[in-house]
Design a protein around this ligand. Sequence first.
Ligand code: BG6
Length: 484
Amino acid sequence: MVSRVIPVDPFDLVIFGGTGDLAQRKIVPALFRRYCAGQWPHNSKIIGAARGELSVEGFRNIVADSLHQHAPMRARDADAMAGFLQRVDYVPLDALSDEGWAQLAGKLSDDRIRAFYFSVGPSLFGPLAEQIRAHDLALPQTRVVVEKPFGHDLASARALNATLAAHFDEGQIYRIDHYLGKETVQNLMAVRFGNMLFEPLWNSQYVDHIQITVAETVGIDGREEYYERAGAMRDMMQNHLMQLLCLIAMEPPAKFDPDAVRDEKLKVIRALDPVEPHHIVRGQFAGEGESRGYREVVGNPRSTTESYVALRTHISNWRWAGTPFYLRTGKHLVARSSVINVMFKDAPHSIFGEEAGRHANVLSIRLQPNEGITLKVTIKEPGQGGMRLVDVPLDMSFAKALGPENQDPPDAYERLVMDVIRGNQTLFMRGDEVEAAWAWTDPIIAGWQARGDVPKPYDTGSTGPGDAELLMKRDGRRWQGINP
Ligand code: BG6
């Protein structure tokens, strides 16, 4: 099955912070891959903008280097590289002065989609938005893209939203949460709302509980300063895990349309119960010798920032009353594995007697790696006398099921940047969603601060602190394994 590539309309994409890490590691390689896939009209271009006094040639060299590093297979195609680089331009520009803006204006065409990617710290969102207005660069077909962290708490998120709203309509603002661009995250919606099979069972009557795990093996190297202020709660839970929770728990939207989907997600966040202090566990990776612990990495022997968090929450609505949701995420864990496990209830009565044991279905949605879905079902153990039961997986790996040409689906940034050009906001967060997520997160963090909470140490390469197991055990449950 070969996926179709639908070309987008001609565009000019300006990347502020164009020489920065995110632009070079993620955004530009994503644009290059879409260019190679034939999704770009030929009269489109990318304009890097940053403070550095670089020539266009100098910027193209930076881009070429990062493509060799981050899109190595495709970068070997010399024709594709040359064609792409020809469409890359550069303007030295300062968000805080008028310098460079007239030059930028001269490079933009009025008859194309115009997108401004703010790949810079949030403190520059306001100045950039003002300059775009002051230099008359915003057209009705203008879009602005902003990255997380979208605020540090509710107050700062509100301030950022107000800043952007002073210059752009909500329909022009694309707040990225790259988890929404992941292929299997979108598949979550396809599985739920494209099949008759699951939806009738998708409620507290049949679902015992839901586990969402985003385990990482990477640490925080190179981002110490940001991470020390953020921690796992702000860095991952408030956004990526929250978005997964929304997609798994929301009501079916009437159509797959940006506001219909985002309205439903917002209702989930607003229905979340506050998290009780004994329903949350914070951890911090410890280390010895070569594998340095968190405090050594950040150079703060008294740091109380968490690199791991596990919690239990509830959604107070008709569908989910009584079904706990357990969420956990952490750095330097045993494996890289993002998975959602929908744990169904036991059958109400076992006709096979006690010795057959209790068995429950589990639907596992693997986001990464090895994207796919597994349904654990119970069958008779072959060859045994009597009725002994055993659990087997009905396993669907998307790569296997859809053929080798789908082994390498577009990465999240490819999909999201093209959605910006298409003007499709479905996979972007709306301002009210972000604020609601902070409104739920803030009291949790304030509680830790008020209590002087210190995260529990856990070994690098483990599954996290022991207390996270207890969180489950107290409820008579246990986490599914973290398997790569
Ligand atoms: C980012 C976080 O948003 O997501 C990082 O800031 C984290 O700390 C990353 O490592 C995880 O993304 P992915 O796509 O590798 O799962």
